[in-house]
Write a protein that binds this ligand. Sequence first.
Ligand code: EPU
Length: 443
Amino acid sequence: MRTIRVSGGTPLRGEVRIAGAKNAALKMMAAALLTEEEVLLSNVPRISDVKVMSGLLQTLNVQAEWCGPHTLRIFAGDLRPARFGIEVAAKIRASFLVLAPLLARCGTASVPNPGGDRIGHRPVDRLVEGLRGFGVNLEYDEAYYNAECPRLAGCEYTFIKNSHTGTEHQLLAAVLAEGRSVIHNAAQEPEVDDLIAMLNSMGARISRPAPRTLVIEGVQRLYGTHHTVMPDRIEAGTFATIAAATDGDIFLDGANPVHMAPLLEKLREAGVGVETSTEGVRVRRDGDLTAVNVTTRPHPGFMTDWQAPFVVLLTQARGESVVHETIFPNRLGYTDQLNEMGADIELFNPAPPEWGYNWNEADDLPTYRHAARIRGCTPLTARDLVIPDLRAGATLIIAALCADGTSHISGVHWVERGYEHFIDRLRLLGGQIEESFPAEVPA
Ligand code: EPU
């Protein structure tokens, strides 16, 4: 397992180019299956999730290969509805999004349940229910969803609760369906709009007449396109937090301040200096930090993926902050390791927000806690840390960059799922990080 040694205490300064958004690129790779023509995607991040998705598409007889440093060429001229392994599906939730394109093009599909991960049970019930509306005959058998539909029929569907990927899957089914489809309570995440822009450039007819309503007029066929993936607002938020937490000063080249607005607002409220321009966002520490309260929400609220890095920042803020996670039922587990480093974080269950939690009630276990009370500021001390998942991984690395001493961190492969050359880029900003390989076991 890849391990790194991080020596904390150095402010990170300089400029970092923000990569393309993982959570847009993966869906666009699935969308490319909707046409027999070539699709080029630019600004695709070189991360392991994209590699997994490319491998999955190849199983479906699709060509998916790099034709430039960040340009992927996808050609699904002879798409086949082959089954792929459960172990592949378990690696990335976006694997499930090939279901609708396979149905639209081949009339049949057999796709594994993508499973959950360490942030709580992540069912696909909303995606499955949404698909049935198109007239799809769908059954679940031994971890596979087997679906059939000679021609998808346009439909109206209302999401009871927000679903980012669910909205995207519904769109992928609707674009080639016969007639009109309407999605009520549709997600508003910028990645959804970027997918819509790509689909419309392929000949789809999608409009958003109201913020949470999408109308899709089905078309007979879609064409090839060349689309540039939007900048990753999660990555940009991670680097913004690194600048503030390490007492540094970083220019986020290419970051979109509009997509980051809820985070930038909270950074300013905490006393962090933020400047925005058409080229990007500059974030720098401007003296002492003050406590702030944060509640995660679907877009245009404070993103759940910014929550964990922001908690590290709040350990360095004076006063008591409360962070309430409302999207995933179990996304505060990493705080145990922060407490071992010297943080003072107490988990508890507050009254749910008036708009309700985004997970299904049945997926909330009695052991889960949904809010953190952070008392600061507390110096952090280096520790041996184990990365449990992607966003918590970046978070523990930020904590180690702030800590006194050298931390040994294992499980770095998790971070490579979503951040391109993360460690190298931190080093370029002045982060003191070395690779440490496990000692060889004598034969
Ligand atoms: N949910 C259900 N049933 C469903 C769909 C969702 O119970 O059928 C629950 C989820 O378990 C979660 C909540 O509803 O508790 C919201 O889920 P949503 O569908 O909105 O999120 P997602 O599509 O699973 C995507 C990103 C996440 C990101 C969230 C929020 C991808 C592949 N994943 O998840 O990204 O945090 O939206 O914007 O796009 C990450 O990149 O590390 C990551 C977790």
